[in-house]
Write a protein that binds this ligand. Sequence first.
Ligand code: ZN
Length: 256
Amino acid sequence: MFSRWRRSRITRRPFSEAWLHILETRVEAYARLNGDERALLRARVQVFLAEKTFVGCAGLDVTDEMRVVVAAQASRLELGRRPTFFPHCLTVYLYPGAFVSTVTDTLAGGVVDERRVVRVGESWRRGGVVLAWDETLAASLGHTPGRNVVLHEFAHQLDGWDGSVDGVPELRGQGALDRWQRGMQAAYLTLIHDLPRGQASIDAYAATSPAEFFAVTTELYFEDVDALRDRYPVVPELLEGYYGVEALGGRVRHLN
Ligand SMILES: [Zn+2]
């Protein structure tokens, strides 16, 4: 276990000039933060990089640019919260681009169905997160409005804090839990109603499950909140309460 003492020692080290240059040129959201928030993000990046192992897949050589971009994007999710540092994610696996993943479903009667699906990201309940570097970088540069695979996969990590990835992250108290479940469920049902009528303002993938709804709406909250505000206004309210930062990822509202 990494102790608080060890973490605070890590954050007292000087932040490398090379890493700073990467934040300034490869992480568009960094420019949206004020000085205190930038300092906080840099400290979180230091801890993240000290604690996570990066593995390049399909021949990819992992560089500092890749490590710092992933660490910064993941850390944006915890700028306004007491950080967990994503304890179930020990390893980040990076592919150059989209990768093929085998999905196993156990069907009725014990039949096991294996499918191969192409993905740009994957979050495991225990052990790690898998990312396509091309999508990761494009999102970090601000080239894919509303889409950010690192935010998506690390939202799944936060969701799974209690072992179940069900669209309900750690919330303080029964009142907060009730408000979350009522609000998110109502918005999820509105989306399911909207989709066949062509009225949905967000990606249909969010309707796959409450867990995907939380991950997709997290991406939008940090990158394109207007897509949520019209049809699903309760969602940005709940996400602001949970993440403790204003929409679009700036301004820390409060530190939980
Ligand atoms: Zn997902």
